[in-house]
Design a protein around this ligand. Structure first.
Ligand code: THG
Length: 369
């Protein structure tokens, strides 16, 4: 079964008309909004192109949850174990959002726009409702909304040359996970050096859907000199690069310490947040599974749409959460949650993919070399 029945519940983006014009061949749905998943070329061709050139991605589904007001910083700190007191205006911060048990609600990028105004650039779950519930329950003085902001990513090694040609030399000054501003059609637009790949790039957080087609066209036209192609978050590159995907590697049944986010968790009591006592207990006890890479053979795998058992002998020691064939490594690569003591790189395992093929593999570190 394939294909998706469209309705107005599945929101189009300011760029969907353009994405269709350049031959999109499939979508996923994230935050109730279309995310292009395939174009005329294969995921493998897109992968090689992304490593060498520049791509334009409609990532509008990275919705912004805007929190503003006197208690904005306090509400965000209540939702995340990361100490956001360190953050400066103009900075982006990767912040796990957790519940009272330490379960992961989301893993957004936080943008500090002002001392009392923030965006949470969310992965696939309804953070706006969680924030609203907490704010109402605690009687906090905040306004919470989803503004008309639609990120457009420009990713790949030629992205800086392209955007500098289009918007000016000041683009070069923007540091990793920092943002600045460009002017487009008479309006200031936020541009950050960030994005869901390891190939470098920028994200333009377009404010005002009506400017979407013109922004796409401007980048597309300037990109012709840089061999631009339409693209989307690339599964091969993401898995190799060790970037996590909410709903795949993690859900509320996963905690930040299991998926390598311990470095974003303040446990020394310097900040208080929902789930602090639970996280502290988990840290003291030690987690019994952790995220790892797995390489495995048996030819290209089908899409991983349910957890695949990972075994050592007859014992199930974990599950594959995402996997795909890597043309660069010449084997399948996956991310997996693996139990202690089987999580050491070099550990031999078997993987049972959902086509029932039994494959031999090896645990590896993330990101893949
Ligand atoms: N960009 C923006 N919003 C997003 C994503 C994005 N929202 C959804 C999803 N992606 C959120 N998840 C991630 C996961 C990883 C990273 C960013 C967002 C990421 N991580 C780097 C890492 O893990 O090494 C850098 C983290 C850091 O230095 O703090 O980039 O891509 N706007």
């Amino acid at each position: 079964m394939d294909g998706l029945n469209m309705s107005r519940r599945i929101r189009r983006t300011p760029y969907t008309d353009r994405v269709e014009q350049v031959g999109v061949r499939g979508f996923s749905v994230v935050n109730h909004m279309l995310l292009p998943k395939a174009f005329a070329t294969s995921v493998e061709q897109d992968y090689w192109h992304l490593l060498e050139h520049v791509q334009i991605w409609d990532v509008s589904c990275q919705r912004q949850v805007q929190i503003e007001g006197p208690d904005a910083a306090a509400l965000i700190q209540w939702m995340t174990p990361r100490n956001i007191g360190e953050a400066e205006v103009g900075q982006c911060l990767y912040v796990p959002i957790i519940d009272d048990q330490g379960g992961l609600i989301n893993d957004p990028v936080l943008l500090k726009l002002a001392e009392d105004r923030f965006w949470l650039s969310i992965a696939d779950s309804d953070v706006q409702l969680y924030a609203l519930g907490l704010a109402l329950g605690r009687g906090m003085d905040v306004r919470i909304s989803e503004p008309d902001v639609s990120p457009l990513a420009v990713q790949g090694p030629k992205s800086e040359a392209l955007l500098t040609a289009l918007f000016g030399e000041h683009i070069r000054e923007i540091g990793f996970f920092r943002f600045g501003w460009i002017e487009f059609e008479g309006r200031k637009q936020l541009i950050a050096r960030s994005g869901y790949s390891r190939q470098g790039g920028f994200e333009i957080y377009l404010n005002g859907s009506e400017h979407g087609p013109a922004l796409w066209d401007a980048i597309w036209n300037a990109g012709q000199a840089h061999n631009i192609a339409p693209g989307c978050p690339n599964l091969i590159e993401r898995i190799e690069g060790g970037l996590l995907s909410y709903g795949n590697e993690m859900t509320r049944t996963t905690n930040p310490l299991e998926v390598g986010m311990g470095r974003y968790c303040s446990l020394d009591g310097s900040v208080d947040y929902i789930g602090r006592a639970a996280l502290k207990r988990i840290a003291e006890r030690g987690v019994d599974r952790q995220i790892r890479g797995v390489t495995f053979d048996g030819g290209p795998v089908p899409t991983c749409s349910k957890p695949w058992p990972v075994r050592v002998g007859d014992q199930e020691v974990g599950t594959i959460t995402s996997a795909i064939w890597s043309p660069r490594l010449g084997c399948n690569v996956g991310q997996a949650l693996i139990a202690q003591p089987f999580w050491e790189p070099g550990q031999p395992v078997t993987v049972q993919s959902q086509d029932e093929v039994l494959r031999t593999g090896t645990i590896s570190a993330l990101p893949f070399a």
